[in-house]
Design a protein around this ligand. Structure first.
Ligand code: NAG
Ligand code: NAG
Ligand code: NAG
Length: 347
């Protein structure tokens, strides 16, 4: 315990010195991450009643140490973002609880299949909705307070980055699945987007209420541009339009948060456009295949089963594929996405 306190102190001092020295290399003390399968680093893997898990090969085939629960062959977007801001790879909250992984640099709470609404993704079994991800953050902060003085915690949290990428599943694993979920019978698309925004804003303010001050908020991803939805090399415009309705509102929510909370910073990442432009120009970025997954090809969407399974034969050159499975990018794709994000967003 004492060792940990001393260690954390050294980190905080080192981080603030680095910040003063060049203002860039070590920008943040820690990072706290919320999201879905694009961001999950293993939170669903201990749930025996979940099928939204990527805890087996060939997932993680290019990740040091093998499968972790990340939905890719290697690193995911948030791993590259952590690297860019001078932080190590973050542990999943589940591994903090199960294995005592260190919380010093932050924690990843994202859960595959989850969304903003509590019932989103339930057809895959147990998932962790946004609200519950925030409850898990509360537990981490309780743990931090056991190790540090309250003043130190405030400073530490004020200099931590919050990464949020959530919302696409509220369409893909909720609104658009009328046989499982009532939402499309209750709300039209405008009302549904408004409902999601009310909750989104509330949750961001809850996180802020816990002492976090720096936010990086990503647009919901273009669900029409994935091997399961691509048709004749083209993204499904209907699906993308639906998500764009969410993003338009998200942009104005972030704008509002900026004007009403001057003590905090809110960066809006146009990740929807970034991804569609990467998709449109995939060849220029070195991808030979963009409409089919390295693992599972084009029709990996077999009912509600995992899309890339233990015995799926994978493509020989993973760097030539934009998609690893029918819904998630390869490490090569994620690396370019992160670079494009850095070039368009200040965080
Ligand atoms: C796009 O997705 C919608 C909703 O799932 C579907 O009804 C439509 O047929 C798709 N369009 C194409 C061109 O695949
Ligand atoms: C989809 O599932 C059916 C029934 O379980 C199976 O026969 C078929 O081979 C599967 N297709 C793919 C592409 O995995
Ligand atoms: C990001 O910007 C840098 C500097 O302008 C450029 O060298 C790099 O190619 C850009 N990255 C991408 C992926 O466009």
């Amino acid at each position: 315990m004492m060792m940990k306190v001393a260690f954390l102190w050294i980190l905080i001092i080192a981080a603030s010195l680095a910040l003063e020295a060049n203002g860039d290399a070590t920008k943040y003390t820690a990072m706290y991450v919320f999201g879905d399968s694009l961001t999950d680093a293993g939170n669903n893997k201990y749930f025996i009643d979940s099928i939204a898990k990527a805890d087996h090969l060939p997932y993680g085939i290019d990740f040091s140490g093998g499968p972790t629960g990340r939905f890719s062959n290697g690193k995911i977007l948030v791993d590259f973002i952590a690297e860019m801001v001078g932080l190590p790879l973050l542990p999943s909250y589940a591994d903090v609880v199960a294995k005592g992984d260190s919380i010093l640099f932050g924690v990843n709470y994202a859960s595959a299949a989850a969304g903003i609404l509590r019932d989103t993704g339930y057809q895959f079994g147990r998932v962790i909705p946004f609200e519950e991800q925030i409850n898990n953050l509360r537990k981490t902060l309780g743990q931090l307070r056991g190790q540090l003085h309250e003043n130190e915690v405030s400073k530490y949290l004020a200099n931590a980055l919050v990464f949020v990428d959530i919302g696409a599943n509220d369409y893909f694993n909720n609104y658009l699945q009328a046989e499982y979920y009532p939402s499309s019978h209750i709300y039209n698309l405008e009302q549904f987007a408004d409902l999601l925004m009310t909750l989104y804003r509330k949750h961001i303010l809850e996180i802020q209420g816990l002492g976090l001050r720096k936010f990086l908020i990503l647009e919901a991803s273009p669900i029409g541009c994935a091997p399961i939805t691509i048709h004749n090399m083209k993204c499904n415009a209907t699906l993308n339009h639906i998500v764009a309705m969410f993003n338009t509102r998200l942009k104005s929510v972030v704008h509002d948060l900026k004007s009403n909370h001057p003590g905090s910073t809110f960066s809006y990442a146009p990740s929807f456009q970034i991804f569609t432009s990467l998709f449109d120009n995939a060849e220029a970025y070195g991808f030979k295949v963009k409409d089919s997954a390295c693992c599972g090809g084009r029709d990996g969407s077999n009912g509600t089963k995992p899309r890339c399974s233990k015995d799926t034969v994978i493509c020989p050159n993973r760097n030539e594929y934009l998609f690893w499975d029918a819904a998630h990018a390869t490490e090569a794709g994620n690396r370019i996405l992160a670079a494009l994000l850095r070039n368009t967003t200040s965080f």
